[in-house]
Design a protein around this ligand. Structure first.
Ligand SMILES: [Zn+2]
Length: 122
């Protein structure tokens, strides 16, 4: 059984760093771009068609763009929802202390403590 959870330290800020700590599941949601266009699911990926190239396939590219966005503006928008109510720390050490506290309370925590940095202000 997968718990798919972890303690995530979010580091944000361009001139002044801020840290937030949360116990989250499905962290990949941070890269979901709700504004990216919908797309047809590709039926050529995997072993079905050996000549299929996901880098040039329009379906695969659209899927990548929607679910695995590399745009920091998308990441920070999702992060504001995911860490929205969390206490703000100004040093990494304080954030790590809080993360250890949450980690000890947490019984499964598949991914342990991870840091995610976004070069945007929260
Ligand atoms: Zn494809």
């Amino acid at each position: 059984m997968s718990a798919d959870d972890g303690i995530y330290i979010l580091e944000t800020g361009i001139s002044k760093k801020e840290y937030r700590v949360a116990h989250l599941q499905a962290i990949e949601n941070i890269a979901y771009d709700k504004d990216a266009p919908d797309f047809e699911w590709c039926n050529q990926s995997g072993s079905i068609n050996k000549n299929h190239d996901f880098r040039t396939c329009p379906s695969c590219r659209a899927r990548q763009k929607k679910f695995h966005s590399d745009d920091p503006n998308v990441h920070i928008r999702n992060a504001r929802d995911m860490w929205g109510n969390c206490q703000v720390f100004t040093t990494e050490a304080d954030a790590m202390h809080k993360a250890m506290e949450l980690y000890r309370e947490c019984c499964i925590c598949e991914y342990g403590i991870q840091t995610i940095a976004i070069e945007r202000d929260f």
